[in-house]
Write a protein of this length. Structure first.
Length: 78
């Protein structure tokens, strides 16, 4: 189940990374929310999780430009 969630998150991330820099979805993905968080330790953001998944698979954001290659690398079970 965790592998399926990882793959779908990376597929969606690749789709957003291929968008234009002025696209509102891409801007939302990069937006940092200010203020204090909930009590306890800091929660991991979606972006932090995706960066960790990319590191685990040896992917860079530049790899997302090649759609077919990105889908192939994301779909590989490791």
């Amino acid at each position: 189940m965790a592998l399926v969630l990882q793959q779908s998150g990376l597929r969606w991330c690749g789709r957003v990374l291929r968008r234009d820099d002025e696209d509102w979805v891409k801007k939302c993905m990069e937006h940092e929310v200010g203020g204090s968080g909930p009590r306890g330790g800091p929660e991991r953001t979606w972006r932090e999780v995706v960066r960790g998944d990319c590191r685990a698979r040896g992917l860079d954001e530049e790899d997302a430009v090649d759609r077919c290659g990105w889908r192939g690398m994301v779909g590989e079970a490791r």
